[in-house]
Design a protein around this ligand. Sequence first.
Ligand SMILES: [Fe+2]
Ligand SMILES: [Fe+2]
Length: 187
Amino acid sequence: MSLNENDLWLLSYYRSSEINGALFFGRVARTVRPGRLQAELVHHFADEANHARYWNDCVNDLGADPIKLRDSYQDRYLEAIGMPASLMEVMAITQVFEKRVIGQYRRHLLAPDLHPRVRQTIEQIMVDERWHIRYVRDALREMEDRYGARHIAATVDRFTRADEEVYARTLAEYGERVAFLEQPAAP
Ligand SMILES: [Fe+2]
Ligand SMILES: [Fe+2]
């Protein structure tokens, strides 16, 4: 069984987004001070790079090569909110973004006729994505003394609204390629 055009497009889109994630966290990991967050960010960078590899391998195993895509979710996202101005903003964006990713993969797992090889890839990635959400949440909590809990919460809210807009626009634009995503997610 091979991939249809829409599936190939979506898995290629995931691959591109994971690559962008890796490049983003690679840059962040290079700039932070020595310490635990530095180690977590370099781990995160490596995870996202692996996710891109898992998608590449998955598409190859299904008899195709990923499509070269210029557009990525993160580009749109950063366009909408601007570059983060502090490490706190980086972590706040990351929290919103990681929730989006995990929600997206969770929805994809509910797609009818999901290929077992795709399911396996998503499940493998989700293990790491759950850790990303946890460590980012803890890092933001530790920043409360410095930035203030209310300021952090307001920043997360602002980025959440931007993410909702970007996601709605993305769905509208890619239409039937991602039609299954418009079905309501399971509770
Ligand atoms: Fe990832
Ligand atoms: Fe992630």
